[in-house]
Design a protein around this ligand. Structure first.
Ligand code: NAI
Length: 333
């Protein structure tokens, strides 16, 4: 039985992790985000369990290791928030949840596309106010449109399959093309061709030095005028200031975001009684053709159950064998 300090713990983490754990380990749920200020709350627990906006930086890792922590169990697929070099030199194992219902994130990307295209967010408000006018709600048929998928891993492939079901032509860019994707009729193209051809661009790649601000002024200039961009990957894949310029000029016709570069100061908290300090984010909220959700793409019962079961399996395997089931691999390429 290991002591596990679970940071950024929300009621759903308590519910799903406790059920998956079934008394196997001693779980301590800590509401605070992991950071240099809160790392002491880990209290020397053998395992620290972290989520996407926890700051698993070098100083945090050093302090954890010095206090006796041996494992960082991530409740996420992405690991861009972990200083892997520091973890390696401190001798800490890092596990993650590589695959949990790719449907959750893929379907959320589709939800953003449908909402933006058919103006559901605006129609909802109009109808509640007794305004049944259709002006400004005009959409387009998805059937026959070209969808560009950047990153065809588990989620990107699932997303591509759904869009094929809508009758879309799906093109993709990935340094490691997937045969499964090609088999479902997806065509791999160079990134610039994807930018130039796609009516809708969906980002499903991890955040790496190569994908940081992949969507910037230069990329937007290569896209079809009025393109729809949807990002459910990681916030920093998109340069938020560049997309604001693109929205103002009409270069971008619609934008759906589930992630935002500076989301750590905003998402997962109820800030409805406070003034938002992030002016870039506040500007994004003003556009009628922007829909933002607060990193909720993963938030389905099936995904939470998958995350909890794999996290506990990683911790149990580490206790029994000294290594986790799903170690964090060095980024490919
Ligand atoms: P995966 O590891 O199965 O696939 C990622 C794919 O991206 C791979 O095929 C890889 O070759 C490709 N890739 C790497 N560098 C690339 C580049 N420069 N350009 C284009 N493609 C590149 O990961 P999975 O499970 O499909 O997840 C994708 C990302 O989605 C995660 O890294 C994570 O950041 C994000 N995510 C977001 C969630 C949310 O709630 N919004 C939940 C889960 C994941």
């Amino acid at each position: 039985m290991l002591d596990v300090a679970i940071f950024s713990a929300k009621p759903h983490d308590r519910q799903f992790l406790s059920a998956a754990n079934a008394g196997r380990h001693r779980l301590a749920f800590i509401e605070a985000r992991l950071s240099e200020e809160t790392v002491r709350f880990a209290g020397g627990a053998a395992c620290v369990c972290a989520f996407v906006n926890d700051q698993v930086t070098a100083p945090v890792i050093r302090e954890l290791a010095a206090a006796g922590t041996r494992l960082i169990a991530l409740r996420s697929a992405g690991f861009n928030h972990v200083d892997l070099t520091a973890a390696e030199s401190a001798g800490l194992a890092v596990g993650r949840v590589p695959a949990y219902s790719p449907h959750a994130v893929a379907e959320h990307a589709v939800a953003l596309i449908l909402t933006l295209n058919r103006n559901i967010h605006r129609a909802f408000n109009r109808v509640r106010e007794g305004n049944f006018a259709l002006d400004g709600l005009l959409g387009f048929d998805l059937c026959g449109k070209t969808v560009g998928v950047v990153g065809t891993g588990l989620i990107g492939r699932t997303f591509a399959g759904i869009m094929r079901g809508f009758g879309c032509r799906v093109i993709a860019f990935d340094p490691f093309p997937s045969e499964a994707c090609t088999a479902m009729g997806v065509t791999y193209v160079p990134l610039d061709e994807l930018f130039a051809t796609a009516d809708i661009i969906s980002l499903q790649c991890p955040l790496t030095p190569e994908t940081h601000h992949l969507i910037d002024d230069e990329a937007i200039a290569k896209m079809k005028r009025g393109v729809m961009i949807v990002n459910t990957s990681r916030g920093a894949v998109v340069d938020a200031s560049a997309v604001i310029r693109g929205l103002k000029s009409g270069a971008i016709g619609a934008l759906g975001l589930d992630v935002y570069e500076e989301e750590a100061d905003l998402f997962f908290e109820d800030l409805s009684q406070t003034a938002i300090q992030d002016d870039v984010f506040a500007r994004l909220l003003t556009f009628p053709n922007v829909v933002i959700t607060g990193h909720q793409a993963f938030f389905t019962r099936e995904a939470l159950n998958g995350i909890a079961c794999t996290t506990i399996a990683n911790i149990t395997a580490f206790e029994e064998t000294g290594s986790v089931v799903h170690p964090v691999l060095p980024p490919r390429g």
